[in-house]
Design a protein around this ligand. Structure first.
Ligand SMILES: [Zn+2]
Length: 69
């Protein structure tokens, strides 16, 4: 099983947590490690990939290091 990587960091519109995110290979959309589909039209705040993840569900997903698919 390949490990799913979440190299992006995003604070979604209206949210306060920093999520880990990735681009979906087929649709070109983006989703967070906590399985939130990111609305590309929304005013999301993208952060450097080195920023710490503050969303607890994302943190758990990253600690598990496995696929959420
Ligand atoms: Zn999250």
């Amino acid at each position: 099983m390949p490990t799913v990587q979440y190299p992006l960091r995003v604070r979604v519109y209206g949210g306060r947590n920093t999520h880990a995110a990735r681009e979906l290979p087929i649709s070109g959309g983006r989703e967070t490690a906590c399985e939130y589909f990111i609305d590309a039209e929304a005013d999301n705040h993208w952060l450097p990939g080195t920023d710490p993840v503050t969303c607890r569900r994302c943190q758990r997903a990253l600690e598990r290091g496995d696929s959420l698919i």
